[in-house]
Design a protein around this ligand. Structure first.
Ligand code: NAD
Length: 333
């Protein structure tokens, strides 16, 4: 039933069930790197919980999955790291209509129509890298957004991540650690040969491989990285997200070159179509497109909720099975 047609009692029961169920899925996914259900199943239940909690805000609890950045910070043997600037999740939408609604809200809040930087949503896990005078001194996972895990030794084995920047800057940058499709296929084949459970997807494989206690094990897993964010754009001397990416490349940080600046949201449709088409052929997994307000002062004006930035949104591709079905139908017609 629609949340608006439900009795308070029924809503309370369903909200509580969904909160428990999603928390349980989150533990399997983030802490054990072994999801119990497909992402789209999780996403649908999550969307239902959001709708119910909106209609019945009295049942939103501080520990609801909607109020917390999901992530592990508990692996024994890995030190905890506090993030002075929280590492957030992203709000997500699944259609162009929802993107348009998000743009309407964003433009209204800003009082003007912003430009956007479009980026691919890399299917990996977020990492924070601290450079001191140009030298990599710490790497950590997102964890629950406030406290992550120290993975410095592990990240130092990743060839793409420079140990030294080309300029002696002191800056914290963030990005995605991912496992290229080829490494993923190879790793799973090896695991199956050894009678181990294969990883469900490259993201879980990347997370499992990064969160190793022995960095030599991480090194064998052939991880890569794309860096896409800093809260310290002023250190780079720029005012736009698209310029941040350009400066990262100048510093020798790995960046994804497929970003595109658009002047209005309707220009996103060809980008989504292009990468829906190119997706299978890319050497790494992507699960959507991330839209970011390009002007950094506007980002700061918009700010964040407890869980997600208001200046960015993820458009998620439909699950792969559905795409196959669409292709099959076209094929038979
Ligand atoms: P998310 O992965 O949907 O989006 C946020 C993340 O996107 C960021 O933290 C960052 O790591 C990443 N990202 C990739 N490219 C980026 C770019 N260019 N710019 C900015 N960020 C970029 O959100 P989440 O909170 O990490 O995870 C929630 C998702 O995880 C759910 O939507 C679900 O699909 C999945 N999940 C699945 C299960 C399951 O049981 N299958 C359980 C929990 C979560």
């Amino acid at each position: 039933p629609q949340p608006t047609n439900m009795s308070t009692k029924d809503a309370q029961v369903e909200i509580s069930q969904l909160q428990d169920e999603l928390t349980d899925y989150g533990i399997a996914y983030y802490e054990q790197d072994a999801p119990k259900v497909e992402d789209h199943v999780y996403d649908e239940k999550y969307a239902r919980l959001v709708a119910l909690e909106q209609a019945f805000p009295q049942f939103v609890t501080p520990d609801s999955p909607t109020q917390n950045v999901g992530g592990a910070q508990t692996k024994s043997g890995l030190e905890k790291v506090q993030h002075p600037v929280p590492m957030l999740s992203l709000g997500d939408v699944f259609s162009l209509e929802e993107l348009q609604e998000w743009e309407n809200r964003t433009a209204k809040a800003l009082g003007q129509q912003p430009s956007y930087n479009l980026e691919l949503k890399i299917d990996g896990l977020a990492v924070s890298l601290k450079y001191d005078n140009g030298r990599l001194i710490q790497a950590s996972t997102r964890g629950n957004g406030l406290i992550g895990e120290d993975v410095t030794a592990n990240v130092k084995t990743i060839a793409d991540v420079p140990q030294t920047l080309k300029e002696p800057l002191t800056i914290e940058v963030r990005g995605e650690i991912y496992m290229p499709k080829a490494s993923f296929a190879h790793l799973n084949e090896e695991r199956e040969n050894q009678g181990q459970e294969p990883f469900a997807n490259p993201r879980n494989a990347a997370a499992g491989s990064l969160r190793q206690l022995d960095a030599r094990e991480t090194k064998k897993r052939k991880l890569s990285a794309f860096i896409y964010y800093t809260a310290e754009a002023d250190t780079l001397g720029v005012t736009k997200q698209s310029e941040v990416l350009r400066r990262f490349a100048e510093l020798g940080l790995p960046t994804n070159k497929d970003n595109r600046v658009i002047g209005q949201m309707k220009d996103i449709a060809p980008y989504i179509a292009e990468y829906t088409e190119k997706r299978d052929g890319l050497p790494y997994g992507i699960d959507g497109v991330v839209v970011k307000v390009d002007d950094i002062d506007s980002e700061i004006d918009l700010g964040n909720t407890v869980k997600v930035p208001r200046w960015s949104i993820a458009y998620k591709f439909p699950p792969e099975e559905e795409q196959t079905i669409v292709r099959d139908i076209e094929w038979t017609v």
